[in-house]
Design a protein around this ligand. Structure first.
Ligand code: NAP
Length: 245
């Protein structure tokens, strides 16, 4: 198992951290990107290295093109060309459309969508040359169904799906797959910040009757990055307890 070079954006906390741990446990060399949470990223890397894996941390704000490009360069210098890219970094700036500020729109589009473009473009040439690549982007059920108060976030998350399908078409004949994972309601700092009434109201809409865990997402991502998933490309896999079926 493993032995590939993986880069996970936003790997200091939540879903990205769980993805990094899952890829580390499969024997991949994992480059963990973080923006502000240096200590948390270090802790995750220590966990991977301490259990026989290989990991290192890299600071970069992936919403900034130069930083995303430098991140890919730094990860490549440490471990070799990136073979698995997981575009996970994301933020929310929720508000009803009539009150949404330009900065709420711009920040969410840059962090959740432009970052996927910057990081994917930076790795794709090497993957095409190597005739192997696994590109994953983390979207959301909000990108599939829309969500009141999240017009910016839903637009970015839906944009990811069209982007990844295009990358999948460009890479398919060269062994490069590109897929989307669309989580439902997952217990992380992002959802912890929501008011209790919203958290309670969502449960009846989840056929599984529970919130998801970061590990639920990480295991789906790990499968899609495996050698065995080489015939799956351009797909969006909802991991949402049945919310959007
Ligand atoms: P989270 O707990 O808030 O963690 C967000 C992560 O993204 C952190 O590691 C953060 O790094 C990183 N990040 C944010 N902006 C960044 C930037 N500009 N550059 C680099 N890293 C950045 O969020 P989460 O719940 O794990 O969400 C992870 C992904 O899943 C996001 O794309 C989110 O939209 C998506 N998602 C989440 C849910 C859910 O229910 N939780 C549902 C659907 C989709 P630092 O802390 O180091 O700054």
């Amino acid at each position: 198992m493993g032995g590939r070079v993986a880069l996970v954006t936003g790997a200091s906390r939540g879903i990205g951290r769980a993805i990094a741990l899952a890829l580390g446990a499969r024997g991949h060399k994992v480059a963990l990107n973080y923006n502000n949470s240096a200590g948390a990223a270090e802790e995750a890397a220590v966990l991977i290295n301490g259990s026989g894996g290989t990991a290192a941390v890299f600071q970069a704000d992936v919403s900034v093109e130069k930083e995303a490009a430098s991140l890919v360069e730094a990860a490549t210098a440490e471990f070799g060309p990136v073979e698995i890219l997981v575009n996970n970094a994301g933020i929310t700036r929720d508000s009803l459309l009539m009150r949404m500020k330009d900065s709420d729109w711009d920040d969410v589009l840059r962090t959740n969508l432009s970052s996927v473009f910057y990081c994917t473009r930076a790795v794709v040439r090497g993957m095409m040359k190597a005739r192997f690549g696994r590109i994953i982007a983390i979207s959301s059920v909000s990108g599939l169904a829309g969500n009141a108060g999240q017009a910016n976030y839903a637009a970015a998350k839906a944009g990811i799906i069209g982007f990844i399908k295009s990358v999948a078409r460009e890479g398919a004949s060269r062994g490069v797959t590109a897929n989307v994972v669309a989580p439902g309601f997952i217990e992380t700092d992002m959802t912890d910040a929501l008011p209790d009434e919203i958290k309670k109201a969502v449960i009846p809409a989840i056929p599984s009757g529970r919130y998801g865990s970061p590990r639920d997402i990480a295991e789906a991502v790990a499968f899609l990055t495996s050698e065995e998933a080489g015939y799956i490309t351009g797909q969006t896999l909802a991991v949402d307890g049945g919310m959007t079926m």
